[in-house]
Design a binder for this molecule. Structure first.
Ligand code: TMP
Ligand code: ASP
Length: 254
């Protein structure tokens, strides 16, 4: 079979040329990194699970009118996406203090925040994705003021949808990171959700026990990393039990 042209390779995914102009194929690897590539490893089966979890989340977001790059899942590890120009800014939405916020501001992990807090980071591996303000983003031309407004508004809507979706299956959405792209369509440019949403890019805690069900298990050398990703898929009702066609609805927790 002719090899497709690789367009980009990141730490957890590869982008290949798509079947039609304006499309790409997003391939999910099992590779995991943390602390800006300092820690490297493989989480067996992660790519398959993240492909499904991200598909599920993007479909739910599309249903409520949030524009995304997602077209459809192609197979166990690949999905078809629209080609976008990635905005070099990551948006983090936090509901509960964890990770870098606890270190930067000295807030104990697990503290409920007075309201959801949005942060921007500049996408740069060399610099370790530093926290930046809107001033930096507009002054350096990374995004325009209307694009910042779009990202903030979409980020908060996505938080509302995902917070409820995960709460329904007994999971607290602590925080998450998302990326946006510019979708060029004839005369028009739209800001759409890109990349992925998965346990790699979210903090997800069991609502009862606060057990971590996300990449923090890998970052913190805890056991059961792959099992945690599987548990998230299982609760969302998307873990294939009788093969890939065995798709069930969400398992609602009491
Ligand atoms: P942080 O607390 O380390 O800043 O992370 C906030 C959220 O963003 C957390 O859900 C993990 C996610 N994240 C990424 O997806 N990629 C990254 O490079 C970093 C630093 C965080
Ligand atoms: N910083 C990312 C994380 O911890 C991964 C990496 O940069 O290598 O999620």
């Amino acid at each position: 079979m002719a090899r497709r042209r690789k367009v980009y390779e990141g730490k957890a995914k590869i982008l290949f040329e798509g079947p039609e102009p304006g499309t790409l194929v997003q391939y999910f690897k099992d590779d995991a990194t943390a602390f800006n590539n300092e820690k490297k490893g493989v989480i067996t089966g992660k790519g398959v699970l993240n492909n499904r979890i991200s598909e599920y989340i993007m479909l739910r977001l599309n249903e409520v009118g949030i524009p995304t790059h997602f077209v459809r899942r192609l197979n166990m590890r690949e999905q078809l996406i629209r080609e976008v120009e990635i905005i070099p800014v990551e948006l983090i939405v936090r509901n509960i203090a964890a990770g870098s916020m606890t270190k930067r501001l000295g807030i104990p992990e697990g503290t409920a925040l007075p309201r959801s807090i949005v942060e921007f980071c500049y996408k740069s591996d060399e610099l370790g994705d530093p926290l930046v303000t809107e001033e930096h983003i507009t002054a350096f031309g990374w995004a325009t003021p209307p694009e910042i407004d779009d990202m903030m508004a979409l980020g908060l809507r996505i938080n509302d949808v995902l917070f409820g979706l995960f709460a329904g299956v007994g999971i607290r959405l602590v925080d998450f990171k998302i990326e946006f792209g510019r979708l060029y369509n004839e005369e028009e440019v739209r800001t759409v959700l890109a990349d992925e949403i998965s346990p790699d890019s979210c903090r997800l805690w069991d609502s009862g026990s606060n057990e971590k069900l996300d990449k923090d298990r890998f970052r913190q050398d805890m056991s059961g990393v792959a099992e945690a990703y599987q548990e998230v898929a299982r609760r969302l009702g998307i873990l294939p039990e009788g093969g890939p066609r065995d798709m069930k609805g969400p398992a609602v927790m009491q």
